[in-house]
Design a protein around this ligand. Structure first.
Ligand code: G3P
Ligand code: CA
Length: 265
């Protein structure tokens, strides 16, 4: 009987820890809706995502637009360079049809329009800064009114200077450094990356799926007092494997798949 209770307890603990992983909808629910649009964010919230990731870029008129690429060709079929266009110009484009005709007319949202979809509570946005450090003061000004909801935002960036300056300008928001496993074709040294991230006063690392993930790797990062996040995980087996290693969040194009993978016994 005692053995049974212990086993049940261990099983429940492991299920609980798998389900405690935050599921982050990559560019919103981008498997089913056009990436980085209000439709994709709303669908993710409706379907129970814990967080949405979005990409932000500075426009030519000093606004912040939400899209991934430096130009609009792939997602609107019209080529405009974001940093040379006004937000109003960009918002004349159809950013929905490329995914499916039912999304025709969906536009490139501003940062404010994207944030307005976030339900009150504990769910949050991962704001990926794609522009250089010049966007940080603009971002800081726009986020100032979010101070009471700072727990519902975090900033992620590949660019070290962007991450450093974001943390300095917005110390009340968590900032995670993004990193692929290779930089300029050379493997990134995890120990050095951890040391840099600590020296910069950041809150964690957000690493690509191609890193050689293991329980020991996650422990090394956590032992340094940093959170561990991973992108972009689109296979159920990878979701379960990474959750088992103890990552804090999993970014995926398909939050329904990720939830089902975590709940599968
Ligand atoms: O969540 C981080 C991930 O979005 C980084 O890659 O190219 O999809 O922005 P990318
Ligand atoms: Ca991104």
């Amino acid at each position: 009987m005692k053995r049974f209770s212990l086993l049940a307890c261990l099983t429940m603990t492991s299920l609980f820890s798998l389900n405690a992983v935050e599921i982050v909808a990559h560019r919103g629910f981008s498997a089913r809706a056009p990436e980085n649009t209000v439709a994709a964010f709303n669908l993710a919230w409706q379907q129970g995502a814990d967080a949405c990731e979005l990409d932000l870029l500075l426009t030519g008129d000093g606004e912040i637009a939400v899209l991934h690429d430096a130009d609009t060709k792939r997602t609107t079929k019209v080529a405009k360079i974001v940093r040379d266009s006004t937000l109003a110009d960009l918002q004349t484009l159809d950013a929905g049809s490329f995914k499916n005709a039912i999304f025709k007319g969906e536009k490139i949202p501003s940062l404010e329009e994207s944030l307005a979809t976030l339900p009150l509570g504990t769910r949050r946005f991962f704001l990926e800064v794609k522009s250089g450090p010049e966007v940080v003061p603009v971002l800081a000004k726009k986020l100032a009114k979010w101070r009471l909801r700072g727990h519902q935002l975090c900033i992620i960036a590949f660019n070290r200077q962007v991450a450093q300056e974001s943390k300095k300008a917005l110390p009340w928001i968590k900032v995670y450094r993004l990193s692929s496993e290779k930089e300029n074709k050379k493997p990134v040294d995890l120990t050095q990356l951890i040391a840099d991230t600590k020296a910069d006063g950041l809150d964690g690392l957000d690493l690509g799926l191609k890193w050689k993930w293991s329980e020991a790797m996650v422990k090394q990062i956590k032992d340094a007092g940093l959170e561990v996040h991973v992108w972009t995980v689109n296979r159920p087996g990878d979701v379960r494997r990474l959750a088992g290693f103890g990552v804090d969040s999993i970014t995926t194009d398909d939050p329904i798949m990720a939830r089902a993978a975590l709940e599968k016994k």
